[in-house]
Design a protein around this ligand. Structure first.
Ligand code: PPS
Ligand code: MG
Ligand code: MG
Ligand code: MG
Length: 446
């Protein structure tokens, strides 16, 4: 962040007074959420094998086991390495059926990501309620509280309460007030259950994706914390925390080999690897901003500095980079490959987990983002709201494949979305992609 301006980007009267307090609190809350996620993620990939975090009972799914497993997942796609880790950590033998191993893998990843999801939801919900009063805060968020409240989830709940309190204890470093006493289980559950709004066309609500890009998070790769304020069906504020966003854009494309490669390319200390940012924008301001992430290991300072971000000026498809989901089950890679060919895109697609794709467009690190989910899949508002505001204010265009704006007024889903989501740095590229979708849609299998 060498070229960073020493200003508050949108605060201190630079921006219209509208929503300035909401934006200020939202940015700090997302910074804290990123801090929380980083602590969990560091545990996942730490060399200490996370022994200190072991659960007290002897159930096979210990946090320590999850740590070593996730480390294996983060650093290797080789099934034998993952199997080896399972053997050591859980006493599972090589004879265990592949299907069973896969079930175990999925459930371990789910435990870790759910713990983080709930912890972030509780933390953000608590911070918003403290700042604006719980009666005034309505939140739509990805995770519900039911499964965490079950008797069987007592250990998980205990771990969530600890994670939330550890994070809230750091609130003063982010210029916010934490609780006077550590929150109890019921307060944490109450904070999570306040995230029970269903959205809709009128009034004000927040849309929160506590961890977007779940697989990226578990693998130590890209993920995002996304918070948007939606007023009368329109997103008015967008805040996107990207804890692993690399300052060298080439590193975005390394995907799950990320850690291995980063460790070869950079000096070994994490301080010297300048990564992570929080981007934010207010609708209609014509400005989008980026703050560096306040790293937990450094002496934190607030107010934090910010610099404006802008979309790329590239209009020539041959020079443009397009990004898309990593998982082909989330978006058709073959359809976008056809589109890329027909509009003359020459570079390899940049496959990145999570709303970091929106951040990459807003920062000018890529020019096009496309997502075409399978027929029948309904896109959720929290997967897009924050990113849309930020790209638009950074100078870009986001619509569905019919050229209409995404509609955030219909509840939890982007109802009526025409085929897919297309975000571009500029109108010319956008028109070309829309035209190419129309030309090839009928012959596609989507
Ligand atoms: N089947 C299917 N089709 C389309 N989209 C789906 C599907 N399943 C999930 N999701 C949603 O996609 C969110 C992650 O999207 P990404 O663009 O980051 O995809 S990827 O992880 O890079 O593959 C992901 O968000 P998180 O759950 O927050 O990770 C989901 O909301
Ligand atoms: Mg998501
Ligand atoms: Mg999520
Ligand atoms: Mg999810």
């Amino acid at each position: 962040m060498e070229d960073q301006e020493e200003n508050m980007g949108g605060f201190n009267g630079v921006m219209e007074p509208n929503y300035s307090r909401e934006l200020d609190v939202a940015v700090r809350a997302v910074q804290m959420a990123c801090f929380l996620c980083q602590k969990v993620q560091q545990g996942l990939i730490s060399k200490s094998n996370g022994q200190v975090q072991s659960k007290e009972d002897n159930s096979p799914v210990t946090v320590a086991g999850t740590c070593s497993l996730s480390r294996a997942l983060a650093t290797s796609c080789d099934l034998h390495v993952v199997l080896g880790t399972l053997t050591m950590s859980f006493g599972i033998t090589y004879n265990t059926k592949k299907e069973k191993l896969i079930t175990i893998l999925i459930s371990l990843a789910e435990i870790t990501s759910h713990k983080t999801d709930w912890s972030v939801q509780a933390t953000v919900s608590w911070l918003l309620s403290e700042s604006f009063g719980s009666k005034n805060v309505s939140i739509v968020a990805e995770e519900d509280v039911q499964s965490l409240s079950k008797v069987k989830a007592a250990d998980l709940l205990e771990s969530v309460v600890k994670t939330v309190n550890d994070c809230l204890a750091e609130a003063p470093r982010f210029g916010l007030q934490g609780p006077q006493m550590a929150l109890g289980t019921s307060e944490v559950l109450a904070a999570i259950s306040r995230c029970n709004s269903n959205g809709g066309p009128t009034g004000r609500f927040w849309a929160l994706d506590p961890v977007d890009g779940t697989l990226g998070f578990v693998r130590g790769d890209q993920y995002a914390v996304a918070l948007a304020l939606i007023e009368d069906g329109e997103p008015v504020l967008g805040v996107l925390g990207c804890p692993n966003y690399p300052m060298r854009k080439e590193w975005l494309s390394y995907q799950h080999r990320y850690h291995r490669i980063i460790s070869k390319l950079t000096p070994p200390t994490s301080e010297s690897w300048d990564k992570g940012c929080v981007m934010y924008a207010r609708r209609g301001s014509g400005e989008a901003w980026m703050q560096p992430l306040l790293q937990g290991h450094k002496k934190l300072v607030w107010p934090n500095s910010a610099r404006p971000v802008q979309v790329s000026a590239i209009e020539n498809p041959a020079l443009a980079t397009f990004c898309e989901p990593v998982e082909k089950s989330n978006s058709s890679h073959s359809f976008t490959a056809g589109l890329a060919h027909s509009v003359g895109l020459r570079k390899q697609p940049l496959r990145v987990y999570s709303m970091v794709k929106y951040a990459a467009i807003a920062r000018g690190d890529a020019e096009i983002f496309m997502k075409f989910a399978k027929a029948g899949y309904k896109e959720k508002i929290w997967d897009h709201a924050a990113g849309v505001v930020i790209i638009q204010e950074a100078g870009g265009v986001v619509t569905d494949a019919g050229g209409s704006p995404l509609d955030f007024s219909k509840g939890l889903y982007l109802e009526g979305l025409d085929r897919g989501v297309i975000a571009c740095a500029g109108a010319k590229l956008h028109e070309k992609i829309i035209g190419a979708v129309d030309a090839s849609w009928n012959s596609s299998s989507l």
